[in-house]
Each structure stands twice: as C-alpha cells, then as structure tokens.
Write a protein of this length. Structure first.
Length: 272
C-alpha cells in the first residue's frame, strides 16, 4: 500500500454470508478480480490497509481477526481499529464492487470542509438517503473513545451519534452483494461497462448491439460445440456483419447449427 496517506482503511471481510450459503463473499469475483481486491485497490492512497477477516494473498495489507471470528461488525471494527495509526480511518465492507478511489476522495473532501474539523464522521448515503455505515470516514481517536463505552451490537448505535456529515456519492459505491441476485447484477454491470467502452473504441452504436442475443448464441455454441468456439463464432459473425454477407437470421441459423452440432458432424463424418 502507498505510505504517507492521511488516513488508514479498515475493511470488514469476515462475515458469514448466510444469504450466500456461507460462501466467501469478499473473495467472489466481479469482472477480473475478487471484490476484496477491488476495495483494496480503491484505498491505495491509505497509509495502511487493515482487512479484518481470514488472511488472503493481498500484498501490502495487514490482517486482523475479530473475537470470536464472525462475531459481527462491532467486534470486527474493534479489532481493526487496534491496528490504525493514522488520525482518520475509512470503514468499508469487503464486497463493494462499484467502489472507486474517487468515492474515497469525496469522503475525505467532505471531512476536510467541515465535518472533520468538528471532530465528527462522514457517512455515505444510498439513493434512498439511508446511511451506509460500511462506507464512512471517522476521526480515529473519537471512534476509539466511543467503542470503549459501547456494549451494543449495531454499527448504527455506535456511529450514529458521531456523524457530522452525510454524503451522496455518484454511482452506487454503497452497493454490496448480499445475495446471488446482487452478485449477478454486479457482474452484468461489468459487462455493460465493457460493451459500452468496446463499442466506443470500435465506432459502433451500442444501440445496434443485441447483447443478450449474442450471449445466448455464445452460450449455445460453448455448450453444444466447444468453449473456444464461442468467441470464434462471435468474431465470425462480426466479420460477416461488417462485410454485409450475414443473412438477417444469422444468429438464429448459427444457434440452430450449434444445437444440432452432433447430428451435423455425424452426417459429415458419414459422408467422408
């Protein structure tokens, strides 16, 4: 991690993920990386990054463990805060696939322009105005004092009295993946972003791209023919479209060919 920042980061990544069947939620991938890796990347400007949870291959990160393991966010925060040395601490969940460094900069800016000078914290709010405690920034010493006298189990009870500013951040950096539907939504968002960027680079109008139709096609080809045939088929279809030689029902015809691949190859082999 980059040394010399004005804040430390505590990332809570030791929950039991009951709604995900006990899977290692922060370790699940969205796009090219695990969600916990994306959160660590977003706080690359922190002086120190502390992950509360099982140790993972994350270079430059310190690890702590709540007692007992899986005991909840308050014990996890307590364990992470013991490792904090910076005057301010960012508190984050380990499963925030939309979080970016710019969102942390907004929290720091809000702290610098009022809330921090009042000795209070800054918490992000979602699009319904609800506080997102695991996307927040706090004066470390004040947080320690609050923890010393707190016997409750909820972050709201602990952090609510310390808030001096609530900040609505662009995008949905507070979105976490509690269910498989959440995870699928995050993964599809990556696909949407990639499609838009690829279309921009290739000079294609995104409105012309029937993404779901192409995905269904490649899925059918991967299942019925072979996995490497899926991207190859998409490429061949693109070549035909660009050359103007693809029939109007090209996708339907290739899909049907993939579904009947076994019979088609049997006939070809018989003929040969």
């Amino acid at each position: 991690m980059t040394i010399g920042g004005e804040y430390d980061a505590v990332i809570l990544a030791g929950g039991q993920a009951r709604r995900l069947g006990g899977l290692d939620k922060p370790g699940l991938s969205v796009g090219a990386r695990a969600m916990i890796e994306g959160v660590v990347l977003a706080v690359s400007g922190a002086r120190r990054v502390i992950v509360v949870g099982p140790e993972r291959p994350l270079p430059g990160v310190s690890f702590a463990r709540e007692d007992p393991p899986g005991g909840g966010p308050v014990p996890a925060l307590r364990a992470g805060l013991r490792e904090v040395t910076a005057p301010r601490v960012v508190l984050l969940a380990g499963d925030l696939p939309y979080l970016r460094a710019g969102h942390l900069a907004e929290l720091l800016r809000a702290s610098d322009t009022g809330a921090g000078h009042a000795g209070g914290g800054v918490v992000a709010v979602d699009d319904g105005g609800r506080e997102q405690w695991l996307l927040s920034l706090w004066p470390a010493e004040r947080l320690r004092r609050a923890l010393e006298g707190y016997s409750g189990r909820s972050l709201r009870g602990l952090l609510g009295p310390l808030v001096h500013a609530r900040v609505a951040l662009p995008g949905r950096p507070w979105f976490d993946c509690d269910t498989m539907d959440d995870l699928e939504e995050a993964r599809m968002n990556v696909l949407n972003e990639w499609t838009a960027l690829a279309c921009q680079e290739l000079g294609i109008d995104p409105a012309r791209v029937d993404r779901d139709l192409i995905l269904d096609l490649t899925k059918e080809v991967a299942h019925g023919v072979a996995r490497p045939a899926a991207p190859l088929t998409a490429y061949l279809l693109g070549l035909a479209e660009g050359a103007g030689t693809a029939p109007e029902d090209a996708v339907a015809r290739i899909t049907a060919l993939a579904k009947n691949w076994g019979a088609a190859t049997a006939e070809t082999l018989t003929e040969s």
